[in-house]
Design a protein around this ligand. Structure first.
Ligand code: SF4
Length: 214
């Protein structure tokens, strides 16, 4: 006997933790004015996650993608240079309706993802932050513009190098960044030493946390 599927969530409305206009704090676009859409829902379960409040999608209200696009338009008039879709894990959701709603604004669309799901939507810049316990899909590794690996301990360095090799095998040469875990003295020391030896890599710091801005 087949079980009838339950009601499907409306992809034109997404669970949203918060939206805000700030500066991109990390990665290659750090320091630039951006409008952030933080979607709720994540099953990846990183122990050091700093947005655990985003994990339960049902705990956050759903917003229409058209309303999110209106907010992005206001942020653009106030100086935002691009939109960042982050989470949570944004690709747990179908992002096509959101990208369609945002496209008329003409702002570059950036995505921050762990890469565990299939890509949906159309983005100008994909930051892939892969996790060793849930490795990313090849499609994301082969299509990201930025590979950013969080470093706490020695094995994270080998994982970062393996991810870069895999991306290259897939025909991709993204920007390569190591980001020490927040307040991880060991992560900082390892990342700095690694980047000093490896000219293709650069350091990414969570500058928004140092500045106490979000
Ligand atoms: Fe947190 Fe991101 Fe890991 Fe999800 S993928 S648990 S949001 S760090």
């Amino acid at each position: 006997m087949s079980v009838a599927p339950g009601p499907q969530p409306d992809p034109a409305a997404l669970p949203v933790v918060e939206t805000f206009h700030s500066l991109q704090g990390e990665g290659l676009h750090a320091g630039r004015s951006a409008f952030f859409i933080r979607l709720a829902g994540c099953s990846v379960g990183c122990s050091w996650c700093d947005t655990k409040h985003s994990w339960a999608a049902a705990a956050h209200p759903r917003q229409e993608v058209t309303a999110l696009a209106s907010e992005a338009e206001q942020a653009a008039s106030a100086g935002a240079a691009f939109v960042v879709v982050t989470g949570g894990e944004p690709l747990h959701h179908n992002l096509t309706p959101l990208c369609v709603a945002l496209a008329p604004l003409g702002l570059p669309l950036h995505l921050e993802t762990s890469g565990v799901d299939a890509l949906s939507g159309q983005f100008d810049w994909i930051t892939l932050s892969p996790k060793a316990h849930r490795p990313p899909a090849d499609a994301l590794l082969g299509g990201c513009q930025e590979l950013k690996v969080v470093i706490h301990d020695e094995p994270d360095l080998s994982f970062a190098a393996a991810m870069a090799r895999r991306a290259e095998l897939l025909g991709n040469r993204p920007a390569l960044l190591l980001q020490p875990g927040w307040q991880s003295a060991r992560g900082e020391a390892l990342a700095v030493a690694f980047v000093r030896r490896q000219p293709r890599w650069r350091l990414s710091l969570q500058s928004h946390k140092w500045l106490s801005i979000r």
